[in-house]
Design a protein around this ligand. Structure first.
Ligand SMILES: Cc1cc2nc3c(=O)[nH]c(=O)nc-3n(C[C@H](O)[C@H](O)[C@H](O)COP(=O)(O)O)c2cc1C
Length: 220
């Protein structure tokens, strides 16, 4: 599965089958998470066989079922921490999709107390991502139109293709409060309006754009 195919196939999945994740898949995920952590200067790791992470009233309320594995996004809360967690978390999400797994980003509907317990001292938690083999592949979200999220006069085709990929990205409550601009040959990205988790959203959509176009995005 190519990265473009993974972007198109990914939808949030909250209900999982109880099949185990095989050892060789775990090794690949762990190695990828480690590489991304180093690159992004965060600590991203996977908890396998730990249903307590989603054992909470909020998780049940949010329709999460059989979440036995999850990705933890943690690290030192310095400048751009949430942006980098979004970017590298989504990089791992799409890699997991390529390996046949499903995911759901989760800012609220997990057992925060449990996850806080497994962090190192001084580490901050960004959020977690549910991981496993879904009972379904999820469904496409309703998205904004291209014109709502970009400003570009005479932009090249690759720019539009990148924005299309960004529109397929997960954002908190599907808010899609971002805007791409093509200015003097550069790609700029910023948040628009107010909302929660906007910085993490920006990191996620930045990764989608860059993965598809191979071009760098400047976050303003
Ligand atoms: C930063 C972030 C936080 C999220 N937090 C939650 C959450 O707490 N609970 C939940 O059920 N879904 C959560 N989601 C999933 C979004 O609701 C979902 O990505 C969005 O509705 C778009 O749907 P899709 O992922 O299927 O494309 C979150 C997504 C993101 C990117």
């Amino acid at each position: 599965m190519t990265i473009r195919e993974a972007i198109a196939a990914r939808h949030s999945v909250r209900s999982f089958r109880t099949d185990p994740i095989a050892d060789d898949i775990r090794r690949q995920l762990d190695a990828y998470a480690l590489d991304c952590s180093k690159e992004g200067n965060i600590r991203m790791f996977i908890r396998y066989d730990d249903p307590d992470g989603f054992d909470s009233r909020l998780a049940h309320y949010g329709n999460f079922q059989n979440v036995n594995h999850y990705i933890v996004l943690a690290g030192r809360k310095d400048k751009d921490f949430n942006l980098r967690c979004g970017y590298y978390g989504e990089k791992l999400v799409l890699f997991a999709q390529q390996l046949g797994l499903n995911t759901c980003w989760t800012a609220l509907t997990f057992n925060k107390r449990r996850v806080q317990q497994i962090l190192n001292q001084g580490e901050s938690l960004c959020m977690v991502i549910a991981l496993g083999y879904g009972t379904t592949q999820g469904t496409p979200h309703k998205g904004k139109d291209l014109k709502d999220v970009m400003i570009a006069d005479h932009a090249p085709d690759w720019f539009v293709e990148g924005v299309r990929a960004a529109l397929l990205a997960p954002t908190a409550v599907n808010q899609q409060k971002f805007q791409f601009r093509f200015v003097n040959g550069e790609v700029h990205l910023r948040s628009r309006g107010i909302g929660a988790y906007l910085e993490t959203d920006l990191g996620i959509v930045k990764y989608h754009f860059e993965a598809v176009t191979g071009k760098s995005v400047i976050v303003d």
